[in-house]
Design a binder for this molecule. Structure first.
Ligand code: FMN
Length: 221
């Protein structure tokens, strides 16, 4: 198989010259607090990326140790970690129940930056999940009830039927959070901030959790 659209070639020498003559990037906001730096980069991404700047790839492993990866949306980030919500009976939900560790990747294409995060994962509290659930639009809440996420769907009609059924079930009343729907928090043991620099001499800054704080190191690109 080959893709029909041509995959862009590597940068030419002219491209490199153009990059080198472009402005120096601003200094990093913080080299001691990864959350301050992440918040700075996400804020910039939210202002510049056309879609879903809070989207991140979530990597887990299945029971045979085979990695799996998919996009989810970051819903909260602070010193405690990075939170996302999902169906607990989905593939990712089951994988995290079996092996509660994961990696996250943000790639902001228009900023030419990526952030990698790794660490243990734990469920958010029921109160947190309820609070986030309450902010979801009603159709998304109905979808949370109707979708057996990651399990086989015979045809599109079966999903539409489920949506209609749960719509009737809850009528005009409040839609409660299903027991199978909640969130996870990844508490980072390490974070890596990467940004594009000329000649592919990219900048990499790694934070690793240490007693009472973080150690930092730079890596060859
Ligand atoms: C940009 C984007 C954001 C997504 N956000 C979520 C999310 O926050 N939660 C979720 O369960 N699925 C989300 N999905 C769908 C997942 O990528 C995936 O298809 C689904 O969760 C099933 O994954 P699994 O079978 O590995 O559990 C998103 C997909 C995209 C492309």
């Amino acid at each position: 198989m080959s893709v029909k659209a041509p995959i862009p070639p590597s940068p030419s020498e002219d491209d490199y010259v153009r990059q080198v003559t472009s402005a120096e990037p601003p200094p990093l906001l913080s080299e001691t607090d990864p959350f301050a730096l992440f918040s700075d980069w996400l804020t910039e991404a939210l202002a510049k990326e056309p879609n879903d700047a809070n989207a991140m790839a979530l990597a887990t492993v299945d029971e045979s140790g085979l990695p799996d990866v998919r996009m989810v949306l970051l819903k909260e980030a602070d010193e405690r970690g990075f939170v996302f919500y999902t169906n607990l009976e989905s593939a990712k939900g089951r994988q995290l129940a079996g092996d509660p560790k994961a990696a996250l990747l943000f790639h902001w294409k228009s900023l030419r930056r990526q952030v990698r995060v790794r660490g243990p994962v734990s469920p958010v509290s029921a109160a947190e999940a309820d609070a986030y659930w309450a902010t979801r639009a009603r159709p998304a809440q109905l979808g949370g009830w109707a979708s057996d996420q990651s399990r086989p769907l015979p045809d599109r009609m079966a999903l539409e039927k489920r949506i209609a059924e749960v719509g009737l079930k809850f009528g005009l009343g409040k839609v409660p959070r299903p027991a199978h729907w909640s969130g996870f928090r990844l508490a980072p043991s390490s974070l890596e901030f990467w940004r594009d620099r000329p000649f592919r001499l990219h900048e990499r800054l790694v934070f690793e959790r240490a007693q009472g704080g973080w150690t930092t190191k730079r890596l060859f690109p």
